[in-house]
Design a protein around this ligand. Sequence first.
Ligand code: SF4
Length: 342
Amino acid sequence: MYLKELENLINNVEEDSLKEYIYPAKAKGISPILKILLTNKCKNNCKYCLNNARSNCPRYFLSPSDLSKQFISLYRKNLAKGIFISSGIYKNANFSQEKILETLYILRKNLNYSGYIHAKILPKTDFSLIEKIFDFADRISINLEYPAQKYLSRVSSKELFDDLFKRLKFLSRLNKEKKIKSGITTQFIVGGQKICDREYLNLAYYLYKELKLKRIYYSRFIPQEGTPLENLKEESPLRIKRLYEADFLLRDYGISPSQFLYDKEGNLVLEYDVKEAFALKNKNLFPVDVNKACFELLIKIPGIGKERAKRIINLRKGAKINSFEKLEKIGIPKKVKKWIKF
Ligand code: SF4
């Protein structure tokens, strides 16, 4: 589905040649982004992907100079404010990664582009190439796709997960030495095979805590016609919503995966939003005394985020909070009442 901004971009673009290669994307504060594969020619056979080597889809290859020229013309017309470049594995990983690097070089050095660049690192790319990409991009991503080797090897080549993971660790080390502006990200595919949410979230927790990833994206599995997985069921949007809620709490609120409420199969309970489910599971923490609780505990109350927690702390500096009406005056919603005490 296209974002409105990108629809405008596509409808207004004069250079028709790029139309079929534009994908929707939106980075925080920078929108729209041209999300593009340098080529969809690929020698790999990921079963979920329309561009896999056995597919009959039409193929294209954009040269780094054509791609950078096209992008700069969109950028100058204010139709694209950044670029996200990935590629199929054409010939071999280093060949495609070098073409990405060449595009970045032309943009930064020849065309003096200083805007947003998100670059994808391909599996099996040489570490020296990764280092060079690091110097030109604002954000770098490596998609692990699944939370363990056994899952990825069912739908792609063996050993791929370990290879990607090694490169993700390398990126994380580089990031410690010379911070990349918009961080490192990864993506998981959710659905298409039986993997529980607990498994995704355990790995996500490790990636945020130890490798300091900036974001993890959960991509809803939707079977692609013409791929070996075309007859599988698509994943439900509600599951993805719950995973994003849990991910936010892992990343920003210091909650660990073991504190979430799961069903007996290890999936997040769908009927409650994840924070409410957290409160139901950790009943010993509730009701929270709003006059005594520290910031870290206040933000764990369903309906209280960082901003509202700060307001409560400011309010109680003046005098003891002894009624819910006082909290309502600073914008605390009614649903919070059942989780607190005075
Ligand atoms: S490597 Fe990328 S483009 Fe190639 S088949 Fe796998 S997912 Fe598709």
